[in-house]
Design a protein around this ligand. Structure first.
Ligand SMILES: [Zn+2]
Length: 55
């Protein structure tokens, strides 16, 4: 029954809930919550965007 088992494209952990990666990240497959969170904050904290995010 584990042929449907999905793993995180970054850390390789089993996925209980899969997060779809953004095309900008160049990752094929799904991410776990931790990696998704990490990538998301990296993405929004990247230097180009810092000024935009500032309130
Ligand atoms: Zn992961």
């Amino acid at each position: 029954m584990d042929k449907n088992e999905l793993k995180c494209a970054l850390c390789g952990n089993k996925l209980t809930f899969r997060y779809k990666s953004m095309s900008e990240w160049n990752i094929s497959g799904y991410l776990c919550g931790v990696c998704y969170d990490k990538k998301l904050s990296e993405f929004y904290i990247s230097p180009d965007r810092r000024d935009i995010v500032k309130r």
